[in-house]
Ligand binder design. Sequence first.
Ligand code: COA
Ligand code: MG
Length: 323
Amino acid sequence: MAAKSTSILRRALLYVPSSSPKFLAKSLGLTADNVTYDLEDSVTPNKKADARAALRDHLVGLSSRPKSISELAVRINAFSTPYAMEDLAALAPSPHLDAIVIPKVTSAEDLTLATDALRRFAADRHAKGGPEGANPVKLIALIESAQAIMNLREICAASPYLSGLIFAAEDFALDLSITRTPSLSEFLYARSAIVTAARAANLPSTIDLVCTSYKGDDGIRQLEEECLGGKAMGFNGKQCIHPSQVDVAQRLFAPGEKEVEWAVRVVIADGKAAAAGRGAWTLDGTMIDAPVAGKAKAVVQKAENCDMDVASLREKWKGQEPE
Ligand code: COA
Ligand code: MG
């Protein structure tokens, strides 16, 4: 069974190139659900060893995880390269490491290799059949090829530490010789397959493609559109490449204010309807029944996880009755 938690928030996953001392230092002052230090594509082959050593020193030098960052991750190199095992040997034992992002996962084999490496290089956190609450390093798999899409079911079941999937559009487009368009319709099947497979395997997070245009109003507009589109498809977060993208992604992947208000009203009225033995009832002229009430409860839970002020809304709407 995969790592389960409904409370993991990865609305934004910000890549920080590990080859840049400036970016490493800057990252500690940022506020983000997830910061992922990159050793893969933002680092050239001649800089791999230096970047790995600099990142290890950076993590070892932290007295704790910065409070404004919920999750610290490292993107290692792919297992098809000579670097992956060295990355894991150097970084898996890092004290404040929460997750490893594995690029170019194509089959269950990649996750088996990563799982074995965690048990070897961070044995204290990954004892087989170890105690509950041992705080294992989680794994997040990048899905970026046709082969990976075909193997999603086995990938999702391959490791007890697997905690999410990420869709990588640029490598996927390269693999299939397709050209990215603003509508993203060319990725519809792959993105939908990813969110469906992750949900079926009870993985808590699915993270959508990078918005590569990040500059100016046009960049922000494009990012907003992509976030809303991804959320509507079932993704719960977005990869970011620039700090300016993080706030936008975190705002749009949290429930909207109107949505939370509606959900609070449904939850309050549903409790009263249930007490009166009514399974289906009406709010604002629209029928509410079990799946709708279930959705409302999930929205309220998510809003609480996102630190939204749900208590005030409960107070405001405590008199809500089912119509
Ligand atoms: N992580 C941490 N800090 C970052 C950052 C990142 N990914 N991107 C930018 N910054 C910092 C800059 O250092 C700068 O800090 P300062 O104001 O203290 O000088 C500030 O944010 C503004 O940056 P800006 O000047 O607008 O961008 P840039 O020209 O320095 O960098 C990129 C632009 C695209 C090169 C850079 O954002 C980047 O490398 N992103 C990550 C790319 C990556 O990881 N790709 C692989 C995964 S898809
Ligand atoms: Mg890639």
